[in-house]
Design a protein around this ligand. Structure first.
Ligand code: GH3
Ligand code: MG
Length: 300
């Protein structure tokens, strides 16, 4: 696991770079930068797990590099340890106040550097794991409701700003209570996971999101996708479900597990909650009309 973690060493002194690189190489993927500008460029391109950052460098010092890293959402989270010849407490305080994880004075002790790097990288891994747990549904491994709410707010803002379409579809498995009653709850869980995988497989663009909204209800959020394209994605999902062919002998609508889908595409001046409510209302219509179908709000 450690071998995959990336450490960027930014120092204008070639010997310092080499010494640190030799120390770190056996355990980490090491990237090098010889000045502040290169550090920013490498950080943006490779998004390392940790940066060992010199303070005194010509043109742009380490403090300024850290300020710029924090100002860019793409690099704001990267852990930074200053490795600096400036050893006054004020310098250390400046670095820590800017958001550095640690401050190591030069000349450094190799064992201490390695121990601190290992500790901070472990904290990075733990933070990632917590973020993952906070955003992923345990049963289906789709994004959870909390994540969906966050992404909906972001994508709504983006669609408004850019004037691009935004489509939302709610998927509800048909007669799932009967499925559980007939085949048992563990089989219900397996079926739900299979439906979730099918939903995840139907969304292909980087901005698309498939999430578990709750219970046996999933949601697709499709940025930059108009109603025609979104309906196509939903049709693909219904086809995928029918080819999964999960037997549902107790279903009144079909011999295999099916879902009803309701969807809507954002209207001019509409807010995100209303978009969601419209998709929900159309899910209800799809259920009322006999289940195992898609109902999409018309554009009028
Ligand atoms: P409809 O066609 O109207 O959607 O009927 P339905 O039976 O699917 O809907 P209802 O809301 O009556 O029941 C939903 C069922 O989904 C009941 C609940 O036990 C089941 N369910 C919700 N979450 C899970 C889960 O995590 N695992 C399993 N196995 N079942 C779940
Ligand atoms: Mg249902």
């Amino acid at each position: 696991m450690n071998a995959l973690q990336k450490v960027l060493v930014a120092d204008d002194d070639a010997i310092n770079r080499e010494v640190l690189a030799e120390l770190l190489k056996p355990e980490y993927t090491v990237l090098l930068a010889k000045d502040g500008a290169q550090a920013l460029e490498r950080a943006a391109r490779h998004v390392p797990d940790l940066i060992l950052l010199d303070v005194l460098m010509p043109d742009m010092d380490g403090f300024e590099v850290l300020r710029r890293l924090r100002a860019d959402p793409a690099t704001a989270q990267i852990a930074v340890i200053f490795v600096s010849g400036l050893d006054r407490p004020e310098d250390e305080i400046t670095g820590l106040k800017l958001g550095a994880s640690d401050y190591i004075a030069k000349p450094f002790n190799a064992t201490v550097v390695m121990a601190r790097v290992a500790m901070h990288l472990q904290m990075v891994r733990q933070r990632r794991m917590l973020e993952r747990l906070a955003h992923v549904d345990g049963l289906t491994e789709l994004a959870n409701r909390r994540r969906f709410d966050e992404v909906l707010a972001l994508e709504y803002q983006r669609a408004r700003r850019k004037g691009t379409p935004l489509s939302l579809a709610l998927i509800d498995i048909d007669s799932f209570k009967q499925y559980n009653d007939h085949y048992g709850h563990p089989a219900g869980d397996r079926a739900l996971r299979a439906v979730a995988r099918a939903a995840a497989g139907c969304v292909r663009r980087p901005g698309d999101l498939a999430a578990r909204y709750g219970g046996e209800e999933l949601v697709l959020l499709l940025p930059d996708t108009d109603a025609t394209q979104a309906r196509h994605v939903c049709d693909k999902l219904r086809e995928a479900l029918s080819s999964l062919a999960i037997e549902h002998a107790a279903s009144p609508v079909s011999p295999v597990l099916t879902a009803s889908i309701g969807g809507a595409t954002l209207l001019e001046g509409e807010d995100a909650a209303t978009l969601f409510a419209a998709a929900d209302a159309h899910l209800y219509r799809a259920k009322q009309a006999g289940r195992n179908r898609l109902a999409w709000r018309s554009a009028a």
